[in-house]
Design a protein around this ligand. Structure first.
Ligand SMILES: [Ca+2]
Ligand SMILES: [Ca+2]
Ligand SMILES: [Ca+2]
Ligand SMILES: [Ca+2]
Length: 262
């Protein structure tokens, strides 16, 4: 399944690098990521733009490029559906296939065609607010935004919100209730194939209790136990992360296979 997805996208190559992502939580078969700057993330890795994403299988990196994205755009949210559809968001408005998508929208790339996956305006998200994290859990999209907004409820940048029928609903990560600093903005998420664990990255370094992290790190939140742990220290793979923020994250379909959800 993974290779079918790769074959539809252009401009990839292989490079041997190493990222350690062992941990107590569910296994990660493939980590897809994007950064907020263009760089080469790992010795021998291919240069990746900020609007590209990289599939890292724990030793092999593959750069993936969605077609016709403007040079100026940064891919700032990513989710890979089990049917190989790529869902993503950009940091700027963009016209693709004659249709305009806002920075608050999520866009679907399926069979060579772009369509809307989450319509920010229809959900009552004010103009200018940026969708900065995206995943799916139990069939429903999960989203986060870059600033506080009110759409029925007031949501904060550290919240991870379930989309219910195109509208913003329950927070599966409720930042204030968990005592997170209001300064923390979640800028990448993955629901690990619908398990009770959530992979999270923030847009700046900080600490939650004894768990310290940088903006490129991947932190794991156990939804059942409400506990945090550092899952992936990206700077171990490349010192380019010193200058880069990991701004989009999606665990590959191998994780879904491992959990028997196919
Ligand atoms: Ca990016
Ligand atoms: Ca966006
Ligand atoms: Ca956010
Ligand atoms: Ca980050």
């Amino acid at each position: 399944m993974c290779h079918r997805r790769l074959s539809r996208l252009s401009g990839f190559s292989l490079a041997l690098v190493g990222v350690a992502w062992a941990g107590a939580g569910p296994p990660i078969g493939e980590l897809n990521f994007s950064a907020d700057i263009s760089a080469q993330f790992g010795p021998g890795a291919q240069f990746a733009h900020d609007h590209d994403y990289v599939a890292d299988r724990g030793g092999t990196q593959v750069r993936l490029q969605l077609p016709n994205l403007p040079e100026s755009a940064d891919l700032d949210a990513l989710h890979l559906d089990s049917n190989d559809d790529v869902l993503f968001s950009l940091d700027t408005g963009v016209r693709l296939g004659g249709v305009y998508y806002d920075r608050g929208d999520a866009i679907r790339y399926s069979g060579g065609v772009y369509t809307i996956a989450f319509d920010a305006s229809a959900a009552g998200v004010p103009g200018g607010v940026n969708l900065d994290a995206l995943s799916r859990r139990n069939g429903r999209l999960l989203v986060s935004f870059d600033r506080a907004l009110t759409a029925g409820t007031t949501y904060f940048p550290g919240d991870v919100i379930e989309v219910d029928g195109g509208a913003l609903g329950t927070r599966i990560l409720h930042a204030a209730a968990l005592g997170l600093s209001p300064a923390l903005n979640v800028d990448a998420i993955d629901a690990l194939g619908g398990t009770s664990h959530l992979l999270v990255s923030f847009d700046r370094g900080g600490a939650i209790g004894a768990v310290r992290f940088a903006d490129e790190d991947v932190v794991e939140f156990d939804l059942g136990a409400s506990t945090w742990s550092l899952r992936i220290d990206m700077s171990l793979a490349s010192n380019r992360w010193d200058a880069a923020d990991l701004d989009a994250l999606a665990a590959g379909s191998d994780v879904i296979f491992m959990h028997g959800f196919e």
